[in-house]
Design a protein around this ligand. Structure first.
Ligand SMILES: *Cc1c(COP(=O)(O)O)cnc(C)c1O
Length: 410
């Protein structure tokens, strides 16, 4: 691959928010001024030392960063090949990586004088992170959530309410994440003056995909330093799971220019990618289109209607993928694979039993891929996977999948 391609990868997107033919800002005229205002504010904050000093302070004392880079020695011995390291972002306050980004956006909102924060959430993880930081900053928080998801994710709905957020069930469409995104955008246009729209992954119109990536890049920056310290060199392979792609982009971005580092994103293959209704693998099983203000790969039918994805992991069922991933895929810089529900479940159990860590079902997908490749790699091959969330929230799903009835376990 030519050097200028690597440089363009690091410096993307262009001034129109494009990653090659992906990304951009496909929004109504009424939204355009808001997005331009946000972009200007972010460009300013990016080079403002006081902004990053405040971020660093909160990351350290509120979130608990840096998260450890942990050598999974028993898992490595069990797999009998490459050395497996885990970036422990599941140890963050609120139990996942989402708070890295929410803190950045809400600091920005505060600088812009916004007092009301809106967000959309599917599984509820982004909603909980947003409600958390709003409580800490004393900001009003409104979370749009598909009515169907409100029922499926009752514990997260209650968490958001405890944290003082208002949760609005969305009944339009099928009552899931896509419909909640549409309603959040409508709210934003209507309440421009005091409202900030906090997006939970590397999607949405420019500048969101780049901005969310920049906030999540703390994961890759730390992992890079920690691996250099532990092993004296960079990892050979990076592995991360992909819903919208923010934890993956956060790990990958600081390594894009290091051509010797192999980069692998793992999509949710559900029951298998042959059946398009039974998975969430937008790159492996989707086509380019426009959703949520950007052009990217989407799960859609022949008429361009967005399809509802399916995965055992509620946090991976975003019907698209961040535009930067679409570009990394098409340029060949990163490779994208998928693993099925059953494979993720097996990885979940392996992680519990060999490392004493209950992972979320999302990073269990990344681990399942690690379990496939590690045995055939030499003992000095370094894998770094992102353990981006903890599994407390998933034990009920796992019990159901394993046919265990809680209360009868002895
Ligand atoms: C939300 C979530 C994901 C999926 O989002 P990305 O933007 O792809 O990172 C993955 N893992 C966990 C633990 C999550 O909460």
């Amino acid at each position: 691959m030519a050097n200028d391609l690597f440089n363009s990868l690091m410096n993307a997107p262009d001034e129109n928010g494009r990653f090659g033919i992906f990304g951009g800002r496909f929004v109504s005229e009424t939204l355009m001024p808001l997005i331009l205002e946000l972009e200007a504010e972010y460009e300013h904050a990016k080079t403002d030392e006081s902004f990053w000093a405040e971020m660093d302070d909160l990351w350290k004392h509120y979130v608990g960063r840096p998260s450890p880079l942990y050598f999974a020695d028993r898992l490595t011995a069990r797999l009998g090949g490459a050395k497996v390291y885990m970036k422990r972002d599941e140890l963050n306050h609120t139990g996942a990586h989402k708070i890295n980004n929410v803190l950045g956006q809400l600091l920005l909102a505060r600088r812009m004088g916004k007092t009301r924060i809106i967000a959309e959430t599917g599984a509820g993880q982004h909603g909980v992170a947003t409600a958390t930081v709003c409580a800490k900053f004393g900001l009003k928080c409104v979370v749009y959530m598909g009515a169907h998801d409100v029922k499926r994710q009752a514990p997260n709905v209650f968490r958001m309410k405890l944290l003082g957020a208002e949760v609005i069930p969305v009944t339009s469409g099928r009552g899931t994440l896509k419909d909640a995104m549409n309603d959040a955008m409508r709210d934003w246009v209507t309440n421009v003056r005091d409202t900030f729209y906090c997006i939970g992954t590397v999607a949405g119109p420019h500048p969101y995909p780049a901005m969310v990536r920049d906030f999540q890049s703390i994961i890759g920056k730390e992992a890079r330093e920690q691996m250099l310290e532990r092993e004296g060199r960079l990892p050979d392979t990076l592995v991360a799971c992909i819903g919208g792609g923010s934890n993956a982009m956060g790990l990958f971005h600081p390594f894009l220019n290091d051509s010797e580092v192999e980069i692998v994103g793992v999509e949710a293959g559900g029951k298998g990618v042959d059946d398009r209704m039974q998975h969430c693998a937008s790159l492996s099983g989707g086509r380019p289109g426009v959703l949520h203000g950007n052009r990217t790969y989407l799960l859609q039918d022949d008429d361009g209607q967005i399809l509802e994805g399916f995965s055992i992991s509620a946090g991976l069922d975003y019907p698209g993928i961040g535009p930067e991933h679409a570009w990394l895929h098409d340029t060949g810089r990163a490779k994208y694979v998928y693993v099925t529900d059953d494979e993720a479940l097996a990885a979940f159990q392996m992680c519990c039993e060999t490392e004493g860590i209950i992972p979320a079902l999302e990073p269990s997908h990344a681990l399942a891929h690690v379990m496939k490749i590690a045995p055939d790699l030499p003992a000095d091959h370094l894998i770094c996977m992102n353990l981006c969330g903890r599994g407390d929230k998933d034990i009920f799903t796992v019990a159901r999948a394993l046919g265990v009835e809680m209360g009868t376990v002895a």
